[in-house]
Write a protein that binds this ligand. Structure first.
Ligand SMILES: Cc1ncc(C[n+]2csc(CCOP(=O)(O)OP(=O)(O)O)c2C)c(N)n1
Ligand code: SF4
Length: 535
């Protein structure tokens, strides 16, 4: 079938022919909406739906302000989920209710961009209540357009937090009763009651005059973001003819006659700040903030350390400022040592059971990273049992700021028991390394793509007089095998953490024993073991 073609007439040609263009599609929309087959070229919205009008007003405001190339539009779950088919800007679609959280992350990493969170009332005022309240309260420099149509549109008309008293929905067929379903939530009023938001207005798509006011409000909200002033929020009362079972004209009338009396139109807040200079908070590396690089520790710097009466390096506690120690006092080298890190980012997963010092080993590696002036993250994960339950942690060492502390494919897995080996081995990046705390692999263990070094760290620690130094044997092996961090830094960290001289000695020996093991074993094939036997 021949495709229907639209004459490709340019606006300039129309003007040249002596006509005037009174209405045209905003240049901010794609020329063609690349949707499914027969739906190309049209939006998915029902006739008379307010989303289409709201989109148009946003598109026009962005075009007027010249912000198209800088804009990132975060669309929600709801009828407007497909906004990315229409807006020719950067687009992200997020999980239900999470648009303000997604927008926060985007804006903080791209402060020069215009970030829009566009949400329905189910999305923003029900499942996403926490996200919007906290984003507003933090004064994120984003713009939120909140389309209030008093119902869940996409899912067929369930009651929304904004559903009016007496209004019927599929989940309140008797009409909303405050005694049972509570009162409608007034989000603009709620948000404007917070300290941080700069601009909060409610508008309505009820008639041309109000649409023009909505246009102005949308423009203003985006200007506020453009000028770096702060959080802006526009609630848009919007018709949903389909779910309301009204024709488009009746639906607009219902907005005017029924919604507006319940949700008064108003500028609730407009703090006329001057544009803020340096709107972006300068980011200082954590090692600098905590003063735990290899420079003397300041008197107030709270660093994590093991109290003097600690039994071993698997105990975990945080010292008070009074307990912190000057590095020089305890013989820690306070001049940064030169070390060329051979990675941009190095990710380690440590896993075992509670009591093996799993989390502490992660903390030690992270602190070593900080001392070597790397960005680091440490993310623990453990069950309710402190002892013998499963525990693991993710450690990321990076030369750049870390986007997420979650590690899906570690470069190194330190598996302190068989369960952890079986659980995480397949996640290790190809060419990565597994350090396994036994002298050989379980007989039926399928070979992963990673290199495996089996070392009986617990036995080695036992021989040194304390099984609890197992994690430090592993640390020695890690440093020797990967050279990711300096041995001297490990020594410095141990000196800072362990106050008991005897205990420090055991741990230093454990560190050395882990290194020696690596130096002495025979490497054969993918799996290397002390006897040279390869699986
Ligand atoms: C986590 C999750 N819960 C529930 C849903 C189902 N769901 C999809 S859209 C929607 C409500 C949309 O209503 P609203 O935010 O008012 O937007 P509208 O469709 O009216 O524009 C719900 C509950 C989902 N997709 N994901
Ligand atoms: S169901 Fe309502 S909100 Fe959804 S597209 Fe149709 S009119 Fe718009």
């Amino acid at each position: 079938m021949a495709e229907e073609t639209k004459p490709d007439v340019k606006e300039s040609e129309i003007l040249a022919a002596g006509y005037q263009v009174s209405h045209s599609k905003s240049p901010l929309f794609y020329d063609k909406y690349e949707r499914k087959g027969e739906l190309q070229g049209q939006t998915h919205y029902c006739p008379g739906c307010g989303h289409g009008v709201a989109h148009k007003l946003i598109a026009e405001a962005l075009a007027d302000l010249g912000l198209q190339d800088k804009t990132i539009f975060v669309s929600p779950v709801g009828c407007s989920v497909f906004a990315y088919y229409y807006f020719d800007v950067g687009n992200v679609q997020v999980a239900h209710g999470r648009a303000p959280a997604g927008a926060t992350g985007i804006k903080r990493t791209h402060p020069d961009k215009i970030v829009i969170s566009y949400q329905g009332d189910g999305d923003l005022a029900a499942i996403g209540t926490a996200e919007i309240i906290h984003a507003a309260n933090r004064g994120e420099k984003i713009t939120v357009f909140f389309v209030n149509n008093a119902i869940y549109g996409m899912t067929g008309g369930q009651m929304a937090p904004t559903t009016l008293v007496g209004q019927r929905s599929t989940t309140s067929p008797w009409g909303r009763r405050p005694s049972n379903e509570g009162y409608p939530l007034h989000m603009a009023e709620l948000i404007s009651g917070l300290e941080a938001p700069v601009y909060v207005e409610r508008v309505a798509l009820s008639d041309n005059k109000n649409v023009m006011k909505a246009r102005k409000a949308i423009h203003r909200a985006l200007e506020i973001q453009r000028d770096g002033i702060g959080f802006s929020f526009v609630e848009i009362l919007s018709p949903c003819p389909t779910i309301w079972a009204k024709d488009p004209v009746e639906a607009r009338k219902w907005v005017a006659e029924t919604m507006i009396p319940n949700f008064p139109l108003n500028v609730f807040k407009d703090k006329k700040h001057e544009p803020v200079e340096n709107a972006v908070v300068p980011q200082r590396p954590v090692y600098e903030v905590l003063e735990i690089s290899n420079a003397p520790v300041g008197p107030d710097a709270p660093i994590q350390s093991i109290p003097a009466d600690a039994h071993d390096a698997s105990d975990q506690s945080v010292s008070t400022p009074a307990e912190t120690t000057k590095l020089a006092d305890i013989g820690v080298n306070d001049t940064p040592r030169p070390h060329v890190h051979h990675f941009k980012e190095f990710e380690i997963k440590v896993a075992g059971f509670g009591g093996q010092g799993v989390l502490l080993l992660g903390q030690l590696i992270a602190e070593m990273g900080m001392r070597e002036r790397l960005e680091v993250s440490w993310l623990p994960s453990y069950g309710p049992e402190m002892r013998s339950g499963s525990a693991h942690c993710h450690v990321c060492l990076s030369k750049e700021r870390i986007g997420s502390p979650v590690i899906s494919h570690p470069d190194v897995l330190i598996a302190l028991n068989e369960i952890s080996l079986r659980k995480f081995a397949a996640q290790v990046a190809p060419g990565g390394l597994i350090l396994y705390n036994r002298d050989r692999l379980p007989a039926d263990f399928p070979l992963p793509q990673a290199r495996i070094v089996c070392l009986p760290a617990s036995e080695i620690a036992d021989k040194l007089g304390n099984t609890k130094a197992t994690n430090i044997v592993m640390l020695g092996a890690l440093l020797e095998e990967t050279e990711c961090l300096l041995l001297e830094t490990a020594d410095d960290v141990l000196k800072t953490k362990i106050k008991k001289v005897a205990m420090l000695e055991v741990n230093r020996k454990a560190l050395a024993a882990g290194r020696e093991f690596i130096d002495n074993y025979v490497r054969v094939g993918a799996v290397s073991q002390p006897d040279g036997f390869s699986y």
